[in-house]
Design a protein around this ligand. Structure first.
Ligand SMILES: NC(=O)c1ccc[n+]([C@@H]2O[C@H](COP(=O)([O-])OP(=O)(O)OC[C@H]3O[C@@H](n4cnc5c(N)ncnc54)[C@H](OP(=O)(O)O)[C@@H]3O)[C@@H](O)[C@H]2O)c1
Length: 288
């Protein structure tokens, strides 16, 4: 099985490359420096060059503030390019896997979001990712979309990725309160994505770990696990602030966005481990 991973320098992309290699797949990972997915005709030429059986698109403009500042880039990376790749993959009979987000929802539900729930995005990023999902499936009805949420992993720039280091160093940790969601260790996200793709799943699936939490709940659990593992934890207090008082979090995010995993678990025939297990695996990986 030859797999081509786009956005291979990003958090999820790196774990996808690693997990594909572990499974003995023939992997080509292309970072943004190797290949800009938005260039005209790039999809067709790249498929001809590498002749993959499967393309996984982990490239995305993920910083919400950047998407608001540069809506043209957001639309191009998050909507138009994925649809072009989906179309070219369809023509070449190559399996196309695309990644989505919980930020396509507005957070007004009181139970976990189902794959078939209608998007109602609050931000430019959410709008363009929702439009991307739709455009991908319109261009290629055989495509697979796996929605992730609050991903954390080694070298990630997300707050959750960096939290163990922050807890080790700072006595008081201030974080955004008032939001509840699913979260995912990037290694587990990669396993779910490749399992779904390998099982020939098509359409929309969720790819998070079970259970829901808040950033505070995640930080408290991380601090407890780190202490239990004998790691240094300087943090004595975790304070929740309204998100708009945290620099870099001005753009609206859903207050409630857990993703329901029943469809994925039924398809895969296995229970997905909860986020605490993912966090334990992550702490072990980074030596905390
Ligand atoms: N991280 C999360 O918490 C989260 C949550 C829900 C869903 N997701 C989804 O999961 C997927 C992967 O996200 P991630 O967390 O791995 O994000 P990430 O770490 O920001 O990775 C995205 C990668 O895409 C690259 N990229 C951006 N524009 C590109 C272009 N035009 N051509 C090629 N590559 C380009 C980025 O390169 P540069 O860094 O050089 O720009 C980066 O390496 C995305 O679809 C995202 O929407 C992520």
């Amino acid at each position: 099985m030859r797999v081509l991973i786009l956005g291979a320098g990003g958090l999820t992309g790196r774990y996808l490359v690693k997990e594909s290699r572990r499974r003995g797949m023939e992997v080509t990972g292309l970072t943004r420096q190797d290949l800009d997915i938005t260039l005209p005709d790039v999809a067709r030429a790249t498929l001809l060059k590498f002749k993959p059986d499967q393309v996984v698109n982990a490239a995305s403009l993920t910083r919400l503030e950047r998407c608001e500042e540069d809506p043209v880039a957001s639309r191009s990376i998050n909507t138009t390019a994925p649809a072009d790749w989906a179309k070219e993959c369809g023509k070449a009979d190559v399996r196309f896997v695309h990644l989505g987000t919980d930020y396509i929802f507005d957070g007004t539900k009181t139970t976990a979001y189902l794959p078939e729930d209608s998007p109602a995005p609050l931000s430019r990023y959410g709008q363009d990712k929702a439009a991307g999902e739709k455009a991908v499936l319109l261009a290629n009805s055989q495509a697979l979309i796996v929605r992730l949420a609050w991903v954390f992993g080694h070298g990630g720039s997300t707050f959750m990725s960096q939290l163990p280091g922050i807890l080790a160093e700072r006595e008081v940790v201030e974080l955004a309160g008032g939001r509840r969601g699913s979260c995912t260790y990037a290694a587990e996200a990669a396993r779910i994505i490749l399992d779904l793709a390998g099982g020939d799943a098509r359409g929309i699936f969720h790819g998070v770990q079970n259970g829901e939490t808040t950033w505070k709940g995640f930080a408290e659990k991380a601090a407890g696990l780190m202490r239990g593992r004998g790691a240094k934890v300087a943090c004595r207090e975790i304070r929740e602030l309204p998100a708009d008082r945290i620099p870099g979090l001005k753009v609206a995010r859903p207050a409630f966005s857990p993703l329901d995993m029943h469809k994925t678990e039924t398809f895969l025939g296995r229970k997905i481990p909860d986020w605490v297990q993912g966090l334990e695996e992550y702490l072990a990986e980074i030596g905390f």
